[in-house]
Ligand binder design. Structure first.
Ligand SMILES: *Cc1c(COP(=O)(O)O)cnc(C)c1O
Length: 468
């Protein structure tokens, strides 16, 4: 048969659409038609150009349905985080508590008193729902919440230092995750950056020399994702605050991660608490809602009432404002700190605090589950290792954990990691030399079974790739 004749064996579009819809017929008609055209065009080309054999209509219909399902699938989906990085920015940072989810759902489903004062019936402020809580929890005079911490810093600088100078230590001109760089946020706000000191050493006199009639603010930035070690000298909060008092300048601290509890009780390392920063006399403090606080993406601004009033009246606030779902989830998260059950109810704190024995037993359980399904396609062992806090917090802290190591017999670890990432649900792992590492610390408590299935499916895919 010549190639033209072979092409004529392909079914017409409407027939393939009918076959693909099958009995259930709940695929959108227009997507079936588009996909059928795409599949037929590809086969026409393959036949004419490469002399391929036309497949049967059942196989063509399978291909059509795969395309349609792919088009209909949610792009933003849950994944299993087996990396052991608790606050992974690419994976959405903090998972929310059940209370935070319930609060967001309740408010999302219907109407709420977002900007209504239920006492008076008059207009209320969306910011009021969390302000008193934040004040009580931290000792701050006033509080405000915006879209994220980058927005918080931008608002503070724009409202208080536009056209004026802000003094910052050279050792604190940080970049966080590529897009947030202190010098660039400063430029965007219209404030003029006045760098002082050297990368590793700074003294109060360096700030003092830079202070002049154009100075609007002294800024301290938490060096989130790096540390300068060795021959160093920092200006402490207290030193900076006393300089601010002396020259009557507000002192601001961008804390980055913002924790409300002392993490040392979990053996996690020293991270300055928000309360310590307020106690030291900082006039403005900003931090993220979705890092160590364990809530939704948000930027919290705490500080003096007078300064916060300026921020509350600034037109930029409207552009950076936080939405009701975030506020609901944030309030519920803060209530856990108010009730003092944050360590038990917030997933981030729970993951940081899991005991070593529990990690070991979860790893062994996972190993047994996977070994049972993997057969001889892959070796499965448990080793000691480390998890990380992530989210720009405590970059040097290594949290001891137990890791499941997968070593596929006939494929590379990188190939297995790729398969797991493309699976359903996607699984994100660490790859080290010839092993895929799974850290039970960050694997959701109900996700073990799905993870075992995903590993089994990924191994099957790898084998069928090799044999087919
Ligand atoms: C993470 C971080 C930011 C940015 O916060 P987002 O909430 O991601 O906008 C800013 N400053 C510091 C020091 C940080 O660690």
């Amino acid at each position: 048969m010549d190639r033209q004749q072979l092409v004529r064996q392909l079914p017409p579009v409407h027939e393939l659409v009918r076959e693909s819809a099958g009995e259930h017929g709940n695929y959108p008609q227009h997507l079936l038609t588009d996909a059928a055209r795409e599949v037929l065009a590809a086969w026409r080309r393959a036949i004419l150009e490469e002399g391929a054999e036309p497949p049967g209509i059942a196989d063509l219909a399978d291909a059509v349905r795969r395309i349609v399902l792919d088009k209909l699938r949610m792009s933003l989906r849950p994944v299993i985080n087996a990396t052991g990085v608790v606050l992974h920015t690419n994976l959405g940072r903090a998972p929310l508590s059940d209370d935070a989810l319930a609060a967001a759902t309740a408010v999302a489903r219907g109407y709420s008193n977002l900007e209504l004062d239920l006492e008076t019936g008059g207009r209320g402020s969306r910011y009021s729902h969390v302000e008193d809580l934040l004040k009580d929890l931290t000792g701050a005079e006033a509080a405000l919440v915006v879209n994220n911490n980058a927005a918080a810093v931008l608002l503070c600088l724009s409202a208080l230092a536009r056209g004026k100078e802000v003094v910052v230590s050279r050792g604190e001109l940080v970049e966080i995750g590529g897009s947030f760089r202190i010098p660039e946020v400063m430029a965007q706000s219209g404030a003029i950056l006045k760098e002082v000191g050297t990368t590793n050493k700074i003294y109060p006199r360096d700030y003092e020399r830079a202070i002049g009639p154009e100075t609007a603010l002294l800024l301290k930035v938490h060096p989130s994702n790096y540390r300068i070690l060795g021959f160093t000298r920092e200006v402490t909060r207290e030193e900076l605050v006393s300089l601010g008092r002396k020259y009557q300048l507000p002192v601001m601290e961008d804390l980055g991660s913002g924790v409300l509890v002392d993490l040392q009780q979990y053996g996690v390392g020293v991270e300055p608490t928000v309360q310590a920063s307020i106690d030291a006399g900082m006039d403005l403090v900003t931090f993220s809602g979705d890092k160590l606080l364990g809530g939704p993406q948000a930027g919290v601004i705490l500080g003096r009432s007078g300064l916060l009033q300026v921020l509350k009246e600034h037109p930029l606030l409207r552009a950076l404002r936080v939405d009701k779902l975030t506020l609901a989830a944030l309030e519920a998260t803060l209530r856990a700190y108010q009730r003092k059950d944050a360590a038990e109810t917030l997933p981030v704190l729970r993951m940081l605090a899991i005991r070593r024995e529990e990690l070991q037993s979860r790893a062994e359980h996972l190993r047994d589950g996977i070994a049972c399904r993997a057969g001889d396609a892959c070796s499965v062992t448990v080793i000691d290792g480390f998890s990380r806090v992530g989210g720009g917090a405590l970059p040097l802290t290594e949290l001891p954990t137990s890791l499941v190591v997968l070593r596929p017999k006939k494929a590379t670890a990188a190939a297995l990691a790729g398969r797991l990432r493309k699976g359903d649900p996607p699984v994100l792992v660490r790859v080290q030399e010839d092993g895929v590492l799974l850290d039970p610390r960050t694997i959701g408590e109900g996700d073990e079974e799905a993870l075992v299935d995903a590993v089994a499916a990924a191994l099957r895919c790898l084998i069928s790739e090799q044999t087919g």
